[in-house]
Design a protein around this ligand. Structure first.
Ligand code: FES
Ligand code: FE2
Length: 376
């Protein structure tokens, strides 16, 4: 069993290494096992997901001091909280006593009380009360705070680095920031947030979101009339990100209101970008759709997806219309991806030729990124 598993992961690493050796115009998709192997997911967790910056949500979820939400990432229970002084922190949501989950769901709190034996933590994670523990001479309350993970905020998105060793994220995204600067993502308000789970591999969703090749075929009834495949143009991407411009069909009405800094060209396309390895973003001129991905086994992905907009009214008709559009094309993507997860059980699919750079070059960038982290 162990031999099979390690044989399987070696085969996938070899497939990545082979692709990394190919010229760009011979770009190939990855073989089936890349999307189905449980053993390879463990490798990804150690070599990619615990080492890199992972997006867990948006600062709009923790607007005020005491606001918090909980989530999970590759086995770590996380408590994301804005402390009383206004700092956003990503804490371990595991009680320092015997390991119960300290907080559930989301809300606003002055302190977090573990429901097992009522240890109390403040919004910085410090332990502030522990019933009867003073009777134990060796007990040091100061040493029993909730551990804090490294975190960073970029354009309103909250990132965590689980192993604490990653280089700062913002400098790695300088090239992307130059492309998207005029859209002023950091000024957009969170107007919608939801949690979902699809029955597909997390990388398959990353790749699907990031390629424009399927827009006209899969989204014939929704996105084709707005951003047809033929108008996609790849960005010159970086080591930590990839992206393309989804240009609008000239027959589609203008998608304002526009930020006054946008150039004329910028009013005519949505930058679509992925911050490796788990944030994908479609930044239209009026709204931004984003998805933070996390695996739940090799064949399921949990998604925290949200929408930010220039205007701060979650109830407005424009927001409702945009969320409806997102829901409609999400159904179309999900259907394809869940079929793909079934078909990837085959042992014959070895990864076919990718479409030209403007349409699937983003998948090629992601493949080379994975190869950099997973091959020597
Ligand atoms: S496990 Fe939290 S108080 Fe005991
Ligand atoms: Fe899609």
């Amino acid at each position: 069993m162990l031999d099979n598993a390690s044989g399987n992961t070696n085969k996938i690493r070899e497939a990545l290494a082979f692709r990394a050796s190919l010229p760009d115009d011979e770009a190939l998709a990855m073989p089936a096992e890349f999307y189905t192997s449980a053993a390879f997911l463990e490798v990804e967790i150690d070599a990619v997901l615990r080492k890199e910056w992972l997006c867990v949500g948006h600062i709009g979820e923790v607007r005020n001091p005491g606001d918090f939400f909980t989530t999970e990432m590759v086995g770590e229970q996380l408590l994301v909280v804005r402390d009383r002084d206004g700092t956003v922190r990503v804490l371990s949501n595991v009680c320092r006593h015997r390991g119960n989950r300290v907080a559930e769901g989301s809300g606003n709190a002055r302190k977090f009380i573990c429901q097992y034996h009522t240890w109390n933590y403040d919004t910085t994670g410090a332990l502030v009360a522990a019933p009867l523990m003073k009777k134990r001479a060796a007990f040091d309350q100061k040493k029993c705070g909730l551990p804090e993970f490294s975190s960073e905020i970029w354009n309103g998105w909250i990132f965590v680095n689980l192993d604490g060793q990653a280089e700062p994220l913002t400098p790695r995204l300088g090239g992307l920031q130059n492309v998207i600067r005029n859209y002023h993502q950091d000024e957009r308000f969170l107007v919608f947030m939801e949690e979902d789970e699809w029955a597909c591999n997390w990388k398959a969703l990353f790749e699907n979101f990031m390629e424009g090749y399927h827009l006209s075929a899969t989204h014939l009834k929704t996105l084709h009339k707005i951003t047809p495949t033929r108008l996609c143009r790849k960005m010159v991407s970086g080591d930590a990100w990839t992206g393309y411009h989804a240009y609008y069909d000239p027959d589609y009405p203008p998608r304002g209101p526009f930020h006054p800094d946008l150039t004329e060209d910028e009013t005519t396309n949505s930058p679509m970008y992925g911050v490796f390895p788990n944030l994908v973003v479609g930044m239209a001129t009026n709204f931004t759709l984003f998805m933070c991905l996390r695996p739940n086994g090799p064949d399921k992905v949990r998604i925290r997806w949200g929408v930010t907009g220039i205007e701060d009214d979650p109830e407005s008709q424009a927001v409702r219309d945009y969320v409806d559009l997102c829901r409609s094309f999400n159904v179309e993507d999900r259907e394809k991806l869940e079929i793909l997860q079934e078909t990837m059980k085959t042992r014959t699919f070895d990864g076919g030729p990718l479409a030209p750079d403007d349409y699937e070059g983003t998948i090629w960038d992601f493949t080379k990124y994975m190869a950099r982290l997973l091959t020597v």
